[in-house]
Design a binder for this molecule. Structure first.
Ligand code: SF4
Length: 266
């Protein structure tokens, strides 16, 4: 049963990160579908921040598709300020390809899926740039973004699938870059340049990881009780209340329509 469900699953960076943290959590969330909205049981302040993050992503998407309107900004000075910072940081110009671009990759029994906040193409350097917006209160400099699952997965998948999506229109030979930015800290920016050798390492890493997931039968509980403290399944596994919420990118994107993503078979 688990194997059948696994073969149907599109792996996102969140799913892979969760598997690495706790295999049982992966099973509950992606195979057993014991999933509930991230807001449930959440502190009001965190809920508010989460909503702000969602609205910012929506605003950014509309800004880059020239469909901004005013409804979302009404009486929301924080969002207005964040949007102004975004306009200054990364204004609309001819290099924009699309906001909230979803990519699927399906080859034999490997299926990957990601959603990119913004894609640009630099005609001078002939390279794609992926942007990812963070909206939490932690400085980007205090996160280990360079080695994160998200960075590796986003860049790897883009090289695997991006040229098939955009190769007709753009010269996709150069390796892409990934830029993280947070409107709370407008002067901070983390840029990660991808290389062929990193791509080769990531290919091995993701192939091994997917094979490991496919071989897994028991999906055991993690031994690290600290991970459990922030897990929504703590009452089920440990008989204790969750102490805080650990959010994954897909929690910010509950409106993502996974079925509408154009699938490319390679
Ligand atoms: S409570 Fe702990 S063991 Fe259970 S799913 Fe969560 S992280 Fe895994």
């Amino acid at each position: 049963m688990a194997l059948k469900k696994l073969s149907e699953l599109y792996f996102s960076q969140s799913a892979l990160a969760i598997f690495n943290k706790c295999r049982r959590r992966f099973r509950y969330r992606y195979l057993d579908r014991l999933y509930w909205p991230a807001e449930w049981g959440m502190d009001d302040q965190i809920k508010e921040d989460l909503e702000k993050g969602r609205l910012f992503h929506l605003l950014a998407e509309r800004y880059y598709s020239n469909n901004l309107g005013t409804a979302l900004l009404k009486e929301n000075q924080v969002l207005q300020a964040w949007l102004n910072r975004l306009k200054k940081f990364c204004p609309v110009d001819e290099s924009i390809i699309s906001g909230e671009q979803e990519l699927r990759y399906h080859n034999n029994d490997i299926k990957f899926l990601a959603k990119y906040d913004l894609l640009k193409y630099n005609d001078n350097t002939k390279g794609f740039i992926i942007y990812d917006w963070k909206t939490d209160k932690k400085s980007l400099f205090n996160k280990d973004l360079k080695k994160s699952m998200q960075s590796r997965f986003y860049l790897y998948l883009f090289v695997k699938a991006g040229s098939k999506y955009f190769g007709d229109e753009y010269n996709a030979e150069k390796m892409p870059s990934l830029i993280y930015w947070n409107p709370r800290f407008p002067a901070e920016e983390i840029k990660i340049k991808y290389s062929r050798s990193n791509f080769e390492k990531d290919r091995e890493f993701f192939n091994d990881l997917i094979n490991e997931i496919k071989r897994e039968k028991e999906f055991p509980l993690t031994d690290n009780l600290n991970i459990c403290r922030y897990c929504e399944y703590r009452p089920v596994c440990r008989g204790k209340r969750q102490e805080g919420q650990e959010l994954f990118d897909e929690d910010l994107d509950l409106n993502l329509d996974w079925e509408s993503v154009e699938e490319m078979e390679f």
